[in-house]
Design a protein around this ligand. Structure first.
Ligand SMILES: Cc1cc2nc3c(=O)[nH]c(=O)nc-3n(C[C@H](O)[C@H](O)[C@H](O)COP(=O)(O)OP(=O)(O)OC[C@H]3O[C@@H](n4cnc5c(N)ncnc54)[C@H](O)[C@@H]3O)c2cc1C
Length: 378
């Protein structure tokens, strides 16, 4: 396993539990994941069970959506979870180890090649040190959006977008169980969010297309609304524009990708934690069953639906967002309350039944929509 983070440790844990000999190679010198405030659906608990519970710092029961002076509220029947990434990764590492996986820090993957019977994996043990070679029958790339494993095994490079969030104080009067979302299409085809991790601290962020411009937009947004940044978190995230087949053969060896490395991110909201865990289940099924995985088929359907949603709204102008909020009737809100972002087909089906005008409106967006790929590639 190349990459010791959320999807890598979870895959390692599943494979070790199934009896495989697993070694995780992580380039960091020790387990010190960058802290990051994440929001996930309750589906994380279904997938992980008790693992990761200590990382949950808050629960969200309501979304408030804003655009151009309009507002809509969506209460959640099943609360979303606010998770501290560094705790989550520690819990997952511990779980992987307790299942029998070995974790080796300070190991940077450099390259892989066929060695006749399997794969020769080149690893740098310390910066500038001599590259060492290991043997593996199967290599899983869980090494993030800019995956070196993907590059070595010949997958095409995937597009990415920058995500930046600032740590801020929770504004007076805002409840810690509420997330605010703003649609400002002049700034971003995505959205701004304000997510409280406690009664005092929240993250205010956005996804953009160009890193520097994204940061400038966030600074302007904060200035206009009186937020003061206490720190920043950010990185690039893959843009899912088509399914990435997760397996390639390199000689007699098998190479897989999982998580951000495979672009397993919901492109509607750019959330990748739950879908990365589903990818981990799928990849471990696939390794064990000679390539077959029900979970991967279902994940592909889910990610494709999120792509459809993103294509529908990606070119929205302000007037479209205003109309979208105006068209949200009680039963649309009920569908959004009842089903999570990890159940896209149910959400879409119920909205289509409850508000057919929204369906027609979405169809128009889809037909007039262009590419969702960032215009600027960094
Ligand atoms: C600021 C920010 C906020 C986000 N918020 C949310 C959110 O609210 N909800 C949500 O669902 N998702 C969110 N995401 C996306 C989510 O964090 C990612 O989808 C997820 O963390 C990806 O996990 P991963 O394990 O696949 O990859 P990563 O976490 O990127 O891990 C890759 C690992 O591979 C290691 N590695 C890389 N190269 C090598 C190499 N050559 N050799 C060895 N090791 C290597 C890295 O050190 C790292 O440990 C956010 C992302 C960012 C940047």
């Amino acid at each position: 396993m190349i990459g010791g983070s959320a999807s890598g440790f979870f895959t390692a844990s599943l494979l070790a539990r199934a009896g495989c000999a697993v070694e995780v190679l992580e380039r960091s010198d020790h387990l010190d994941p960058t802290p990051r405030t994440l929001i996930v659906t309750s589906h994380m608990r279904t997938l992980l069970g008790k693992v990761g519970e200590s990382a949950v710092v808050n629960e969200i029961r309501k979304f408030e959506l804003f655009t151009d002076g309009r507002a809509a509220q969506v209460p959640l029947v099943r609360p979303d979870l606010i998770v501290e990434r560094s705790h989550l990764i520690r819990d997952l590492a511990q779980d992987a180890q307790s299942q029998g996986a070995k974790i080796s820090f300070g190991n940077r993957f450099v390259d892989l090649q066929s060695n006749g019977t399997g794969l020769r994996v080149s690893v740098e043990r310390a910066k500038g040190a001599r590259v060492e070679e290991l043997h593996a029958d199967v290599v899983v790339g869980a090494d993030g959006a800019l995956s070196r494993v993907a590059q070595s095994a010949g997958w095409p490079r995937q597009p990415t977008v920058p995500l930046v969030q600032a740590i801020v104080r929770v504004p007076t009067g805002m409840s810690r169980d509420t997330v605010r979302v703003w649609f400002v299409p002049d700034d971003t085809p995505y959205f701004y969010w304000l997510i409280p991790e406690s009664s005092e601290r929240a993250v205010l962020g956005l996804i953009g297309e160009d890193g520097q411009e994204t940061r400038r937009c966030l600074e302007r947004f904060m200035e206009k609304r009186g937020f003061e940044p206490l720190g920043y978190q950010g990185a690039r995230i893959p843009v899912y524009d088509r399914w990435t087949p997760v397996e390639r053969r390199v000689g007699a060896g098998r190479v897989f990708l999982v998580g951000d490395a495979a672009g397993q991110v919901k492109v509607s909201t750019v959330g990748g934690i739950v879908t990365g865990f589903r990818g981990a289940i799928g990849v471990s099924e696939s390794i064990m069953n000679g390539g077959e995985s029900r979970e991967l088929r279902s994940l592909r359907r889910e990610l494709d639906l999120h792509l459809l949603i993103r294509k529908t709204i990606h070119q929205f102008k302000q007037a479209d967002y205003s109309r979208l909020v105006d068209l949200m009737n009680d039963s649309t809100r009920r569908s959004l309350s009842q089903y999570t972002r990890d159940e896209a087909s149910r959400v879409l089906w119920n909205i289509a039944l409850s508000q057919p005008r929204l369906l027609l409106f979405a169809l128009r967006g889809l037909l007039s929509g262009g590419s969702i790929l960032p215009k600027i590639r960094e």
